[in-house]
Design a protein around this ligand. Structure first.
Ligand SMILES: [Zn+2]
Length: 140
């Protein structure tokens, strides 16, 4: 369908060396200017906002993934160094025991929590130390 210049969308764009007016019929008026559906400034703004939000979500996911990878690398290095300090001849044995050490520590903590703390002052210090280690391991 052909529209008169006044019935058409007011958006213009370069076509080679010439500036041309959009050929589509106007369906909405913004700031006293007619626009077709795809050149409606509010439609364009909504579309751009959606794109920005999608880009931000994707960027945040990529950043979070990168941070996770870096934290893992740092943790591996620290774990390797710590295992070597504990058992320089066999750091791998220490690494393979980390899960067991953690579980035993948790059981000790639970046990000491159940003790009458006023009668056994020395376990209190142990309990405090275990609590600190558990907090560090559990990142609390
Ligand atoms: Zn248009």
């Amino acid at each position: 369908m052909n529209y008169t210049k006044e019935q058409r969308c007011s958006e213009t764009f370069m076509d080679g060396w010439q500036r041309r007016q959009c050929m589509k019929g106007a369906v909405i008026t913004r700031d006293n200017k007619p626009y077709c559906g795809i050149h409606d400034p509010e439609y364009i703004e909504k579309k751009n906002e959606k794109s920005r939000q999608k880009y931000e979500r994707e960027l945040n996911l990529r950043v979070a993934e990168r941070v996770r990878e870096l934290n893992l690398r740092v943790a591996e290095r620290i774990a390797g160094e710590s295992c070597h300090k504990i058992n320089p001849d066999n750091p791998r044995a220490v690494a393979e025991s980390i899960g067991d050490m953690y579980n035993v520590l948790k059981r000790c903590f639970t046990y000491l929590e159940a003790l009458n703390q006023t009668v056994y002052p020395s376990p209190l210090k142990l309990r405090e130390d275990i609590s600190k280690v558990l907090a560090k391991v559990e990142d609390k």
